[in-house]
Ligand binder design. Structure first.
Ligand code: P1T
Length: 382
């Protein structure tokens, strides 16, 4: 019998503790495990290598992406770094040209010096990707966010999978969450999450995960997890696992509230442009409708004016909190140019269209009328 998403999110990996019957299994807060004789143990020797709480979470997360395997990390960027260690010096990575600023920083300021080559293209344009892939053997990894952070661009994942040849296709599915989009079903080889965001859902942890159906990639990632050691703590694993039990109900309200917010902003005279794939005017709307089950909780927009107007607006907000991150129950507002994407040099930021007037909202689960009224009063004040 195969269960549906909501049921699996609650039960996979959460089977009652066999020893006590505890409906919520205990958190295994241990670094090490007693051995009967050297090398003779119950399957665990040291918690960097494995831990029952982490294993339960990895089973649950794999199930949500319809994957065979999941490997968890101490953060989303640690998960990204683990994927990059699958490459060799001289390998080329073709990345989308709108990604989380910390991903760009990791590519350019950490891994470039180890001989990886990175180039950037607008992956929402399949022709542009095709022309970069003329010689498929020299691109080893395609790195795609969809929707992107912060401009909410949409990439046709099936289209990319058909073009990729032998390159690995890695999809950062953080913005959509597995409730709305499952890239492995669309041809991806690897899926990445910052579990800090929708998976955890309560802004109380930092974590990352990679899912795959390929046993060899899984083995290599497990080896990196243990050898590099950027592992999540048992307590953080417990928090992510608790979070995903309500992922479906949270995502439904995130989507409904974000749609309300996007529609409100689109009508407002102080707003120049709204980026939300659920709007019919969004260039990626049709692709998003095909590959996502709904359009997510993230909305970006350009306020009329520039930095002074954006700053004044952000300081007037009362329900939205001015903060980095996203995907929690509480609404957050972010200024990409000076916050999440400040590590991208100004010229590159300009090329990517991250202007001082760009504001990114993580629409939470508060009453939608309160969210809209908050945005309205802050826009009026500016
Ligand atoms: O913060 P961390 O858990 O390490 O995850 C990094 C990361 C990876 N991918 C995407 C799409 C992300 O948005 C992030 C983190 N982003 C923010 C903190 C932010 O406010 O955009």
């Amino acid at each position: 019998m195969s269960f549906r998403f909501e049921t699996r999110a609650i039960h996979t990996g959460s089977e009652p503790d066999p020893q006590t019957g505890a409906v919520i299994p205990p958190i295994y807060a241990t670094s090490t495990y007693a051995q009967e004789a050297p090398g003779v143990h119950k399957g665990y020797d040291y918690s960097r290598a494995d831990n029952p709480t982490r294993q339960r979470l990895e089973r649950a997360l794999a199930d949500l992406e319809n994957a065979q395997y999941c490997v968890t990390f101490a953060s989303g960027v640690a998960a990204t770094a683990a994927i990059l260690t699958l490459l060799e010096p001289g390998d080329r990575v073709l990345s989308g040209d709108d990604t989380y600023g910390g991903t760009y920083r990791l590519f350019e300021q950490v891994y470039r010096k180890y001989g990886l080559e990175f180039c950037y293209v607008d992956t929402s344009d399949l022709e542009a990707v095709r022309s970069h892939l003329r010689d498929p053997t020299d691109t080893k990894l395609l790195w795609i966010e969809t929707p992107t952070n912060p401009r909410m661009k949409i990439t046709d994942l099936r289209g990319i999978a058909e073009l990729k040849g032998d390159a690995l296709l890695a999809v950062d599915n953080t913005f959509a969450s597995p409730y709305l989009q499952r890239p492995l079903e669309l041809g991806a080889d690897l899926v990445l999450h910052s579990s800090t965001k929708y998976l955890g859902g309560h802004s109380d942890l930092i974590g990352g995960a990679v899912m795959t159906n390929d046993p060899e990639l899984h083995e290599r990632l497990k080896f990196i997890q243990k050898s590099v050691g950027a592992v999540p703590s048992p307590f953080d694993c417990f928090l992510v696992h608790r979070g995903i039990k309500t992922l479906a109900v949270r995502m439904r309200t995130h989507c409904a509230n974000a749609r309300r917010v996007a529609q409100f902003l689109e009508e407002h005279p102080a707003v120049e442009r709204v980026y939300y794939p659920g709007l019919e005017t969004h260039p990626g709307h049709e692709v998003a409708k095909r590959q996502m089950d709904d359009f997510g909780g993230m909305v970006s927009f350009e306020i009329r004016g520039g930095l002074p107007e954006a700053t004044a607006f952000l300081q007037k907000l009362r329900v939205f909190t001015l903060a980095e991150s996203l995907g929690g129950v509480e609404s957050l507002a972010n200024h990409p140019a000076t916050m999440t994407h400040a590590s991208i040099p100004p010229e590159e930021r300009a090329r990517r269209g991250i202007r001082d007037s760009l504001i990114r909202l993580s629409v939470g689960l508060e009453h939608p009328d309160d969210l809209v009224e908050d945005l309205e009063q802050a826009l009026e004040a500016v």
